[in-house]
Each structure stands twice: as structure tokens, then as C-alpha cells.
Design a protein around this ligand. Structure first.
Ligand code: ARG
Length: 546
């Protein structure tokens, strides 16, 4: 369906043409004076220069042609030459009726559907999910759903961090604690046990312990680096342990993401491309793009100024880096899915890393000329003190605990002044709590830092998830009541607005297709949030007045 703005523009464009002016001057925008009109056209102002006429004369000519319009119920020329417009109530009702009967509320699917790999989530195996991973999951999931709604093929890949130093740290710590484990016996040739020698809670305790030790003790760190190297070189026992770590950790991650209603099509990780790294580096060397620099392999652009450091792809000991796995992953994704775009939803502090990776991938021809590589960097989630969100004790806040705290706060608000069954209140708190977290995050422009304010986010008033849900429930209960009393929604007709608040609500509702399409083009979930907030406000005003 055409957007309402397009339809009104068409009407005004025709009037410009009929009055003898360039029709392109007839484009209409939303009014920036809602007290005076709903839409406006400033084309006569631009026309003044072209036609050497006072703008108001042009505006008057156009308005005369709009008399009797079925689309507009008001067209007014005002000094110095603006055209103020109001859409006809009957036309608006007809538009909403059509919208209601269309499959996606007037949203048209993309004519040329694109395949996009969406790299989001990005958790690190064996490290507990922390709030930093929350934003990637929430924003990425939102982009994925928007893209699919518009008919694109969006493939979500969690891209596990499963191949780095944290693995070596865990192996080292386990070795110290349980040296008797068969994984550490060098001459062992048999099968390894299928059960992991640790539980998820043990694993979550082992990693921070090991990480702490490695920061204080040089030799411990050296051991962990060596273990990482051994693992990457294919040490059998370490590989078997690594599989256990992966398995235990991924089970837990899946549970956590399910609680957030986030799910991934692919559970690939950095480790999946290990075998393709050597041939990729070889090829880069043959292409003359990579060369050795003090033992390490780097890719450099001739034009590089100091701002972009050379992109290192192998350390002097031959170990792969974050950049290396990301490059190899691009190669793999191109081969397997041939996407039009690969988009990364990652902390904006990693921007330079992606600048380097994208440049290298383009230069080496790993992607097609027109493949888009996009970095969607998000800002930090801060506490009320403006510093990265921490626990009360100042530690890293785990995602699970954050969700628990929100649910608790929501529960308190729900039982406050109400008698409600405990289990019902808990179940509702969980649903509404999730809306508090997600909406709190999504309503802020992704690239900006924001303050995670539990008190504000869980409020039923203001620009919050709970307010939106509350409004939705109110609407649904009215419709249900109508049905209970014998009404039939299917035969219900949308009529022309009978009051200002009704008209205002209809105007908001009619923006849906434009907002959705535009929000996806700009990859801006916050635009959908502002829209539903305005829509909810328009509805509640209508409800109170009618
Ligand atoms: N695991 C990384 C981190 O925690 C994020 C991964 C982002 N995706 C990527 N392809 N590099 O920082």
C-alpha cells in the first residue's frame, strides 16, 4: 500500500500541475504545527524563485485547484506561502480500512529481497553473559525481525567467542585442580569420557579464578597461552576438554537467550574457521597483500595514515587473532550463503577492528564489489552514576541477575495495592519485566550510551515497555468486551473521525507502513519505539475523551 503521505502528495502534486507549476513542488510532509494542520506543503516557497512570483500567489493558485478534493478536507494558503492541509475524515477511514484488510497492515514487502547475515549476540563461551551482551542480543534480534517482516532473508549467527585465551585459562586451571584427569595424560590414546568433568556453575567459577590468577602471575599466564596454543594446534586431550566446555556453556547460553526471546539460526563460532585460516593467509601472501613484519603477518594499505593501524593477521608465534577469525568467517559466509550484506551488531568500541577487517576483506576480494559490510555499533549501558552498569558491590553485572532484579521490581509494582495470586503476579512480572528491559534498550538510539534505570524502566507511566503493554492490554480488553457483548469485529466498519482525539489516533495509526519501512532502512529500532509511544498516547487520549 502507498503511504498516506504519498497519497496526499499525489493530490497536491496534481494541483500544482493543474495550476501550471512544476508538480514536484507538491511534495507534502507531516505538519510541524499540529495545532494548525495535519500536513503541510512548502513547495510554493521554492516556486517563488522559479516563477518570479510571490509564494502566496502560487499557494493560492494551488489551493484553488484543491477545492472539492476527496482526499483533503482543508487546504489553506497562509503567509508567506505555506499550504496547510487536513486529510478528509472519510478518506482517512477508507485508508485505515484498507490497511486493516491488507496482510501486513499496509506494509509492502521488499521487491528485491536481500540476504543478510546478521552477526549478533557474540557471547564468549565459558564466560557468563554480562550486560554488555544484552544490547547486542536485543538490538540484533529486533533488526532480524524487522528485516524478515519486510520479506528479506535474514540469517542470525551468534558467532561464539570459543577459541581465545579464555579456553587456555580454563584448561590451565583445570589442570591445576584435577591433574589426574585423563585429558592431561600425554600418552593417552583411548576414548575420552562423554560427561564433562565440571558443571556450568563450576565452569563459571573456574574462568574468573583463572583470569584473576593470570593477571597477577606471569608464569600462570604463560601456561595459559601455551595451553591455548596447544589447543589450536590440535592437542587431543585439550580438544576433548574444549568440546565439553563448549557443550556445557552453549546449553546454558541457549537457556539465557530463550528467556530473552532471542534465537539464532546458526551457532557458529570462531573455532569453526580454524582450518581455513592457513589457506587464507597463504592466499593473502600470494596476492601480495600480506607480508611479514617483525615475525607477524600484517596487511597494510598504501594510503594508510596513522589512524588505521596495519591489520595484523598472525602473531609472530603463528597464533590467529580476532581479526583473522573474522576474516576467515567472511570467506566462509560468502561461500556458504553468498549474502548481499553482512551486518555486525557489536559494541561501538570495536569499530576500528571492523574498519580493518572490512578494508582487508574488500581489498582481498573476499566479498563481491557490491557486498555490504556494515558495522552497527552500540553504546554502553550505564548505571545511574553514568558509569558502565555494575552490581551494587561494583562487580560485573551478570545478565541473569539483571533480569532477576527487574522481575523482582516488576513483581513489587504488580502486587502493590492489588490482591492477586502469587504465581499469576510472578508470571506477569516476567513478561512485563522483559518488556521493561527490551523497550528500555531499544527506545534509545543504538549508537548512544544510555542509563539503565530500573525504577524508570519498570514504570507503567511514561515512555516504557510496561506502559506500551498496559495500553495494548487495555485495547484488547475493550475489543474482548465488545465481542462478549455480541459484537463482531469482522463486520465492524471504520468510520470517519467524530472528534479531534479520534482523528489524531487515526492519523497516528496511518503512519505504520512508513515507520516500519523507514526504521528498517535506517536500522533504527528506536524509531519504532517512538512511533508506538506516540500511538499509545494518541490511543489513551482518545480513550479518556471518548
Ligand atoms: N565475542 C565478542 C566480544 O565479546 C563479540 C563478537 C562480535 N562478532 C564478531 N564477528 N566479531 O567482544
Amino acid at each position: 500500500m502507498k503511504t498516506i503521505i504519498e497519497l496526499i502528495s499525489n493530490e497536491v502534486m496534481t494541483a500544482f500541475k493543474e495550476a501550471g507549476y512544476d508538480e514536484n513542488m507538491g511534495k507534502v510532509t507531516l505538519s510541524n504545527r499540529p495545532d494548525l494542520c495535519e500536513y503541510q506543503c512548502n513547495g510554493a516557497m521554492a516556486g517563488a524563485k522559479v516563477y518570479h512570483k510571490a509564494p502566496i500567489m502560487i499557494a493560492n493558485d494551488v489551493v484553488a485547484k484543491l477545492a472539492g478534493s476527496k482526499v483533503l478536507e482543508m487546504a489553506e494558503a497562509v503567509n508567506p506561502g505555506f499550504i496547510n492541509l487536513k486529510v478528509s475524515g472519510a478518506y482517512m477511514a477508507q485508508y485505515l480500512e484498507e490497511m486493516r484488510n491488507s496482510e501486513k497492515m499496509g506494509v509492502e514487502e521488499a521487491k528485491d529481497p536481500q540476504t543478510m547475515i546478521l552477526d549478533y549476540g557474540g557471547p564468549n563461551v565459558a564466560k557468563p553473559l554480562h550486560v554488555g551482551h544484552l544490547r547486542s542480543a536485543i538490538i540484533g534480534e529486533s533488526i532480524k525481525r524487522m528485516g524478515r517482516y519486510l520479506g528479506h532473508k535474514v540469517i542470525g549467527d551468534v558467532h561464539l567467542g570459543d577459541w581465545g585465551l579464555q579456553m587456555g585459562l580454563i584448561i590451565t586451571e583445570l589442570h591445576k585442580r584435577k591433574p589426574e584427569l585423563v585429558y592431561f595424560q600425554e600418552d593417552y590414546e583411548g576414548e575420552y569420557p562423554t560427561e564433562a568433568p565440571f558443571t556450568i556453575s563450576e565452569l563459571e567459577e573456574i574462568y574468573p579464578a583463572a583470569s584473576g590468577k593470570s593477571k597477577e602471575d606471569e608464569s600462570y599466564k604463560a601456561e595459559a597461552l601455551e595451553a591455548t596454543h596447544q589447543l589450536q594446534m590440535g592437542n587431543r586431550g585439550y580438544r576433548a576438554l574444549w568440546k565439553h566446555i563448549l557443550q556445557v556453556s552453549v546449553t546454558d547460553l541457549k537457556k539465557n537467550y530463550a528467556n530473552l526471546k532471542v534465537d539464532f539460526d546458526l551457532w557458529n563460532g570462531e573455532s569453526d574457521v580454524q582450518d581455513t585460516i592457513a589457506p587464507m593467509v597463504q592466499k593473502l601472501k600470494e596476492q601480495g597483500l600480506a607480508y611479514e613484519d617483525q615475525g607477524a603477518v600484517v596487511v597494510k594499505e598504501e594510503t594508510d595514515t596513522k589512524e588505521v593501524p596495519p591489520c595484523m593477521i598472525l602473531k609472530s608465534d603463528g597464533a590467529a587473532l580476532y581479526t583473522t577469525t573474522d576474516l576467515a568467517t567472511i570467506v566462509e559466509r560468502m561461500e556458504k550463503y553468498n549474502p548481499d550484506e553482512i551486518m555486525y551488531v557489536v559494541d561501538k568500541r570495536q569499530e576500528m577492528h571492523f574498519v580493518q577487517v572490512f578494508r582487508c576483506a574488500k581489498k582481498a576480494g573476499m566479498v563481491k564489489d557490491d557486498t555490504k559490510l556494515t558495522f552497527l555499533g552500540f553504546g554502553t549501558m550505564n548505571g545511574k552514576d553514568g558509569k558502565p552498569f555494575k552490581t551494587r558491590e561494583g562487580g560485573v553485572m551478570r545478565l541473569e541477575n539483571l533480569i532477576r532484579d527487574i522481575n523482582e521490581e516488576m513483581y513489587k509494582k504488580i502486587v502493590d495495592n492489588r490482591s492477586i495470586k502469587e504465581e499469576d503476579a510472578r508470571a506477569t512480572a516476567k513478561i512485563v519485566g522483559l518488556s521493561a528491559i527490551k523497550y528500555g534498550d531499544l527506545s534509545n538510539q543504538a549508537s548512544k550510551d544510555y542509563i539503565f534505570d530500573i525504577e524508570r524502566f519498570t514504570s507503567f507511566e511514561g515512555n516504557t515497555g510496561p506502559y506500551i503493554l498496559y495500553t495494548t492490554v487495555r485495547i484488547k480488553s475493550i475489543l474482548n468486551r465488545y465481542k462478549e457483548e455480541g459484537g463482531n469485529l469482522d463486520t465492524l466498519k471504520i468510520l470517519a473521525a467524530g472528534s479531534d482525539s479520534e482523528k489524531a489516533l487515526m492519523l497516528e495509526a496511518s503512519k505504520f507502513n512508513q515507520v516500519i519501512t523507514n526504521a528498517y532502512e535506517e536500522k533504527a529500532p528506536h524509531k519504532i519505539c517512538s512511533y508506538i509511544y506516540e500511538l499509545a498516547n494518541a490511543f489513551n487520549r482518545f480513550y479518556h475523551e471518548t
